[in-house]
Design a protein around this ligand. Structure first.
Ligand code: MN
Length: 330
């Protein structure tokens, strides 16, 4: 699946041609969008808008509270568009076609389907696929394409692409922050982006309900396997009682992960559609593989899943699987 640098360059050239020649584009990303999904979608949309293209940006969900500081979120639509209305669809940051919300089925009807992503679990469902797990984020890939095509990147577009790279690398602080991630962010700062503003808006600003929810989550902290595994759980009731939503859980998994000696961390959350899990690895355990056993996916160091069962049942099952994976690693 991994392409050679030459193949990657050819794919980028193909994408540039499709965009340069076409007029009407559907841009979509995975549901429950994060900084990369929103940043890559709107960032690309703003670039295309400046090139005089007609664009429709679809997502199943609105941008979460911690991304509301970004400009031009009015471009995001919860309405799908009919395939006939577009020359091509560009799907971003979506490792799994099923996460495309209301267009997950109709997306196959597009004659030209450009799939741009950095999830290693992406099964290349597009007619053109730029899937590069070595990229920090989809935002970084959009920057590469825009640069190759000499496309105009406005300050607003730069804010989106910066936020995409910056948040997917945990403020340039995790292992996916390779030199190119810093390079892209540097370019965006030169275009007028203020990193301190993005940092404050995204990472520092809190609400009282979110801190109340965190208090509850932390009270469920449990360590297993001699302190190698740490995790939190949240029941639906915790969210109801504190008046919080799924967005407020964002980043909670970093708390168990931050304990010295912890090799794998998890957060499990009860919801109407079953138990949702987030996994993080600090060492060589590939959590994408563990997530896959629950029907999920992601990256080797950050992955997620949705499954049926009770919170306690899934926790027991997950801890057992993580312990077995750690055993194999040692
Ligand atoms: Mn991403």
């Amino acid at each position: 699946m991994t392409k050679t640098p030459l193949e990657t360059r050819k794919t980028i050239e193909q994408i540039v041609q499709i965009v340069d020649k076409g007029h009407r584009f559907l841009i979509a990303a995975h549901e429950n969008p994060d900084g990369d999904a929103i940043g890559a979608s709107i960032g690309l949309a703003l670039i295309l808008e400046k090139m005089g293209k007609q664009i429709h940006v679809y997502n199943r969900n609105a941008a979460p509270a911690n991304l509301q500081f970004l400009p031009r979120l009015d471009l995001l639509s919860l309405e799908t568009g009919a395939p006939d209305n577009f020359d091509a669809a560009i799907v971003l940051d979506c490792g799994d076609q099923a996460r495309l919300g209301d267009i997950s089925d109709s997306i196959s009807e597009f004659d030209v389907l450009v799939n741009i992503d950095h999830h290693s679990t992406n099964d290349e469902f597009g007619t053109i696929n730029l899937v590069d797990p070595s990229a920090s984020s989809t935002g970084e890939l959009i920057w590469q394409i825009a640069t190759a095509g000499n496309w105009p990147i406005s300050k607003d577009a730069a804010y989106h692409l910066f936020t995409a790279v910056y948040t997917d690398t945990s403020a340039l602080g995790n292992s996916s922050a390779k030199p190119n991630a810093f390079h892209v962010c540097g370019e965006m700062v030169e275009k007028g982006v203020k990193p301190e503003w993005v940092f404050r808006e995204y990472y520092v600003n809190q609400t009282e309900p979110r801190l109340r929810l965190l208090e509850r989550a932390l009270s469920t902290l449990r360590l297993d396997s001699q302190g190698n595994i740490a995790g939190l759980v949240l029941a639906e009731k915790d969210m109801k009682d504190t008046g919080t939503g799924p967005d407020d859980v964002e980043g909670f998994v970093e708390y168990p992960r931050s304990i010295g000696g912890v090799k794998v961390a998890y957060l499990l959350r009860d919801s109407k559609i079953g138990v949702k899990g987030s996994l993080r690895s600090n060492n060589h355990v590939d959590v994408a593989q563990i997530a896959a056993t629950f029907g999920g996916g992601g990256h080797s160091k950050a992955a997620g899943f949705k499954t049926t069962g009770t919170l306690d049942g899934v926790r027991a099952d997950l801890v057992e699987k993580l312990a077995a994976a750690l055993q194999k690693e040692s």
